[in-house]
Design a protein around this ligand. Structure first.
Ligand code: COA
Length: 254
């Protein structure tokens, strides 16, 4: 079965991370599938809303570390950046249902969703510094904006996880639910949105986002340049190799 499931029903296109044995970590091929699915959902008049979900125990562990080590994205046209631009500019409503760990892009993609529902087991983290990297998905702008600078520094410089209730408090999450109810609740909200006039949804979202969209896209491109360069530098290679070897990274010389 595919690592990304795409299912459209009653106006709702649901994209499911489906690689639970690897904690739904995302490979280049999966980014390509996600970017293609978003493009198709945008063009398909039958799709009025998109839902991202994982499973009840994990949303996604972020980038597949082995894949990133072996096939770092070479250009800004690579699938990961195509996906990020796709979600940042997606004109119809996007909902996320998040249970368990949401690491790296698993958290940063949420800043581009319109509504986020979390299981009470959700754990959000952006450990880019711990991986010798820098923020992506315009998170260097969007995280301080939503969390305030000091909490953003905690999340981005220390890279420590924060739980669903903290995410609710800062407004990253709309509602916290039992993990068994999270996906179902997100679907019920998606269907509610799908019953509304799509032209009004699109125009309302455009108006809410327009003040910032240029800055978001420019930041994303700048972060992408740095992130791409840092992937092949010694700190990231040490962090990734340490993860594969199940040991603590040693940054003492870096
Ligand atoms: N890339 C590649 N493989 C990953 C992965 C990732 N980001 N995250 C987990 N996996 C794999 C593990 O290597 C392991 O594979 P194996 O069974 O073949 O050994 C399997 O998924 C289970 O992972 P494990 O770490 O044993 O699960 P856990 O429940 O103890 O911890 C996480 C879950 C998500 C907290 C932990 O896996 C983690 O921190 N992953 C890395 C997250 C990360 O740094 N992502 C990059 C962000 S840019």
């Amino acid at each position: 079965m595919s690592d990304i499931l795409v299912h459209t029903e009653a106006g709702v296109c649901t994209l499911t991370f489906n690689r639970p044995d690897k904690k739904n970590s995302i490979t280049t091929a999966m980014y390509g599938a996600l970017a293609d699915a978003l493009q198709a959902a945008e063009a398909d008049a039958a799709v009025r809303c998109v839902v991202f979900q994982g499973v009840e125990t994990v949303f996604t562990a972020g980038n597949d570390i082995g894949d990133f080590l072996n096939n770092p994205p070479a250009t800004l046209d690579s699938p990961v950046f195509r996906f990020l631009r796709g979600i940042a500019q997606f004109p119809k409503p996007v909902i996320a249902a998040v249970c368990g760990p949401a690491v790296g892009i698993g958290t940063t993609l949420l800043f581009h969703c319109d509504l986020v529902y979390a299981g009470d087991n959700a754990a959000f983290s952006m450990p880019f510094v711990n991986l010798g990297l820098c923020p992506e998905a315009a998170s260097s702008v969007l995280v301080p904006q939503m969390l305030g600078y000091h909490r953003a520094a905690e999340a981005l410089l220390l890279g420590e996880p924060f739980m669903a209730e903290a995410a609710l408090e800062v407004g990253l999450v709309n509602r916290v639910l039992p993990p068994t109810e999270t996906a179902g609740y997100a679907q019920s909200v998606a269907r509610k949105l799908a019953a509304k006039p799509i032209s009004s949804l699109i125009e309302t979202k455009r108006l809410m986002k327009k003040g910032q969209s240029q800055q978001v896209m420019a930041t994303m491109a700048e972060e992408g340049q740095s992130f791409g360069r840092m992937l092949s530098e010694p700190a990231a290679r040490e962090a990734f190799t340490a993860f594969m070897e199940r040991r603590k990274p040693d940054f003492s010389q870096l």
